[in-house]
Design a protein around this ligand. Structure first.
Ligand code: FAD
Length: 306
């Protein structure tokens, strides 16, 4: 069977694309590793998605998934490994070795957390190193931990961690933190959060589990050994594009370059939406809007190519 459209990704962009595609009566398959995408990493309530004054990430994901599954759309929980185009058709190979075909594709694969790339990081993943406060925070009850990154994600992570942990150090590489004032004030209020700026993490150490990290003070050049039992890395994200790299162009941030009017990439019929592409501002409402736009553009593309 050849689908009209295959969507890759089950975050806000992919889900909105799926809902719009189904309503356009496109015969659609959505392939995703899981539902929710980066929303699942949100450690405190979401307060900027219209219609929801305050909603937990889990609740919003459940609502997205339920809304999608109400549509006439096929869903495959799997991981896209490769997208190819032959003639007018795309074929998508997934990890379980199945192949699917379609006339158009929307890449809505978002972004994965960025690695710190220091010794000890990969060795201690799941043994004290985490990229998700919302998922792993409660495991650090009563402990001292570090959050790497002084942006909004780092501060929100620290605020959430203050519910369980004894002490949280936020280590920021630059001379000042970049989080919103609101997040900075909320973190201060907890009196468990200590911010260390100009801190370049050099190494994560431990035996079976993390027990400290070494950072360099960028001004004095002094190396410091910080005793902690958990390290939460919140230093941004990397677009998830490995499966499509032969068919698209990238900007300097490795984001897929698209036509901003339609979301179409340099390959006709291959569209992209959400955090994976080069459009400004990475937010849930924007990703959802871009997903809707791409699905409508696919509908026009299919009409034109009938
Ligand atoms: C900690 C944190 C807090 C945030 N807080 C907010 C907030 O308060 N408000 C706000 O508006 N935004 C917030 N954001 C940003 C928001 O989460 C993103 O902008 C949004 O999730 C992007 O949606 P997306 O669908 O483009 O990508 P993603 O959410 O990244 O979803 C991508 C989906 O694609 C799937 N996928 C990836 N690769 C493949 C593959 N090869 N095959 C199959 N499936 C694949 C993933 O599993 C995932 O389901 C936050 C982000 C983070 C990390």
């Amino acid at each position: 069977m050849i689908y009209d459209l295959i969507i890759i990704g089950g975050g806000p962009a992919g889900i909105a694309a799926g809902i719009y595609a189904a309503r356009q009566r496109l015969n659609t398959l959505l392939i995703t590793k899981e539902f929710g995408g980066q929303i699942a990493r949100k450690a405190v309530a979401i307060e900027n998605y219209p219609g929801f004054e305050s909603v937990s990430s889990l609740d919003l994901i459940r609502k997205f998934e339920k809304h999608l599954k109400k549509q006439k759309i096929d869903v495959k929980l799997d991981f896209a490994v490769k997208v190819r185009k032959t003639g007018n058709f795309f074929s998508i190979l997934v990890k379980s070795k199945q192949k699917f075909q379609s006339q158009a594709v929307i890449v809505a694969s978002g972004a994965d957390p960025r690695f710190l790339e220091v010794p000890g990081e990969k060795e201690f993943i799941g043994k004290g190193v985490s990229y998700c406060v919302a998922c792993d925070g409660p495991l650090y009850s009563g402990k001292e931990v570090a959050v790497i990154g002084g942006g909004n994600s780092g501060f929100e992570g620290a605020i959430a961690l203050s519910n369980y942990t004894k002490k949280i150090y936020i280590l920021e590489y630059g001379p000042k933190v970049l989080a919103d004032k609101t997040n900075q004030e909320l973190a201060q209020k907890t009196d468990k959060v200590e911010v260390i700026t100009n801190a370049a993490v050099k190494k994560i150490r431990g035996k079976n589990f993390v027990n400290s990290l070494i950072y360099q003070d960028q001004k004095s050049k002094k190396l410091n050994d910080l005793a902690i039992e958990g390290v939460f890395i919140e230093i941004g994200s990397q677009p998830a594009t490995s499966f499509v790299k032969d068919l698209v162009d990238f900007n300097e941030k490795d984001e897929i370059i698209v036509n901003f009017k339609t979301g179409e990439t340099r390959t006709p019929g291959l569209f992209s939406a959400g955090d994976v592409n080069n459009l400004s501002f990475k937010q849930i409402v924007i990703a959802a809007g871009e997903g809707a736009k791409a699905a409508m553009a696919v509908s026009n593309y299919l009409q034109r190519n009938k």
